[in-house]
Write a protein that binds this ligand. Structure first.
Ligand SMILES: NC(=O)c1ccc[n+]([C@@H]2O[C@H](COP(=O)([O-])OP(=O)(O)OC[C@H]3O[C@@H](n4cnc5c(N)ncnc54)[C@H](O)[C@@H]3O)[C@@H](O)[C@H]2O)c1
Length: 270
């Protein structure tokens, strides 16, 4: 039986990239999609491209109060339905090394990429447990498996999402609630262009770093990434790796846990 068909598929960050592709494909697969984001114009574009049941909500995942109100509304409206919550919204920060990164920027990123996931999960999980049905899909990254230099805040959030999800997998094993962690490699979305440059690198150098990163790393289309993620959800996979680069780095980190950082230091000239 399809997990998606007739489920209420809540996806954050659905105005662009992976979130938009997930919303469109889930609607096509028969889910009742709740597309959320802070970007209303982007959400309208997602809705205009989608076919099937889809509605939009403006939701800032770094705003605790908005999350509680949103969850209350959705739970009341879809009390008996099976909910699939996809914590996808995320941002990047091109601020250089940890020493060059301000704590203000670090905190800004954690508030969206880590606290957003924790708060939304808190807001929906108790209801899911009471109903004994539901699925939470947390989008981490391959940067949540490998410690890439110049990504201290992003890695802290994405390793955090992995750790948080791993704990939930144990705690909820005897229930009917599924937890999946997703680790995409480079996906061709707006994430780099939408990123914050950081106070120390808000200049031509930072913009060039973004362009180089886009060309070198962001290869797989968001549509292909979404198809892999939805297949993983259908199969109730605990861990979904997206892309050849993600699978390769995952193997490297497992084969050389003591030494892979030395290779990265050489590549990135630290
Ligand atoms: N693109 C990649 O290479 C890649 C790789 C690994 C993981 N990821 C993760 O995938 C997820 C989706 O990223 P993407 O690549 O599609 O990026 P994207 O920039 O195309 O889309 C991210 C969406 O999140 C939204 N967003 C940003 N801040 C928000 C907030 N406070 N509240 C609600 N929505 C907010 C943006 O408006 C945007 O629509 C992120 O969690 C990202 O970290 C991306």
């Amino acid at each position: 039986m399809s997990q998606l068909k007739d489920s209420v598929f809540i996806v954050t960050g659905a105005a662009s990239g992976i979130g938009r592709a997930l919303a469109i494909q889930a609607a096509a697969a028969g889910a009742n999609v709740i597309a959320t984001d802070i970007n209303e114009a982007g959400l309208n574009e997602t809705l205009s491209q989608a076919q099937g049941r889809i509605e939009k909500y403006l939701l800032d995942v770094s705003d605790a109060e908005q999350i509680i109100n949103f969850a209350d509304t959705i739970i009341k409206k879809y009390f008996h339905e099976r909910l699939i919550l996809v914590n996808n919204a995320g941002v990047a920060l091109f601020s250089g090394s940890f020493l060059e990164t301000s704590l203000t920027d670090f905190e800004w990123l954690l508030n969206i990429n880590l606290w957003g996931v924790v708060r939304l999960t808190k807001a929906f999980l108790r209801h899911m447990v009471k109903q004994n049905q539901g699925h939470i899909v947390n989008i981490s990254s391959i940067f949540g498996i490998v410690g890439m230099p110049n990504n201290s805040a992003y890695a802290t959030a994405k390793f955090g999402v992995k750790g948080f999800s791993d704990v939930l997998k144990v705690e909820l094993l005897r229930t009917n609630i599924k937890i999946s962690t997703v680790h995409p490699g480079g996906i061709r979305t707006g994430i780099a262009r939408n990123s914050r440059l950081g106070h120390t690198k808000n200049n031509a150098e930072g913009k060039k770093a973004i362009e180089t990163f886009e060309k070198a790393v962001l290869k797989l289309s968001p549509e292909a990434a979404a198809a892999i993620i939805l297949k993983g959800i259908e199969q109730n996979k605990a861990r979904i790796l997206v892309g050849k680069d993600a699978r390769t780095f995952d193997i490297i980190a497992r084969l050389f846990p003591n030494n892979y950082h030395k290779v990265l230091a050489k590549i990135f000239k630290f």
